[in-house]
Write a protein that binds this ligand. Structure first.
Ligand SMILES: [Zn+2]
Length: 162
């Protein structure tokens, strides 16, 4: 399952098959974030409902609104998640690390500056050793999600699967 870090794509083909849509990416991130179902990051309640605005979920107890990507490196992005997933694959699977130019070319990103910004964002998150093992693949979500608690409601740290 996702929570133990074992559920990750092994090959580029698998990555593309599994994460070809925004929905598939969000479902995967949702599993990582809430392996036992939704949990409000502000009050810890385990029930919320969709607000109908984007993928925002509102807590049924404290009305805090959150989403599966709130507080992660994906928050506020205007690029599709499948593109991010591919970028993460490239950053974590190439032995000597992908260059900004390589990222730009392989993803079809419009500007070099954007590619460079992505690369550095991802590198900051992913600070482990290079390689395609499962640790390398799933570590990118962990530091960003672990850091997502400040400013959440009552100051209570959200329950983290890690
Ligand atoms: Zn709540």
């Amino acid at each position: 399952m996702a929570a133990d870090g074992e559920d990750y794509p092994r090959t580029l083909a698998e990555l593309e098959r599994r994460f070809s849509s925004e929905e598939a990416c969000r479902a995967y991130l949702g599993q990582l974030r809430w392996p036992d179902g939704f949990r409000c990051p502000a009050c810890g309640a385990d029930h919320g409902w969709p607000t109908g605005r984007g993928d925002l979920i509102e807590c049924s107890r404290c009305h805090h609104q959150t989403s599966v990507i709130a507080g992660t490196i994906f928050e506020g992005t205007r690029k599709p998640l499948p593109m991010w997933f591919r970028a993460m694959w490239l950053v974590t699977s190439e032995k000597n690390g992908v260059s900004a130019l390589g990222l730009q070319r392989q993803l079809g990103i419009g500007s070099y500056e954007t590619a460079w910004a992505w690369l550095h964002k991802l590198r900051r998150v992913w600070s482990g050793s290079a390689g395609t093992d499962c640790t390398a693949w799933w570590r990118w979500t962990r530091p960003s999600w672990a850091a997502w608690s400040p400013g959440c409601g009552a100051g209570r740290r959200p329950r983290s699967p890690w």
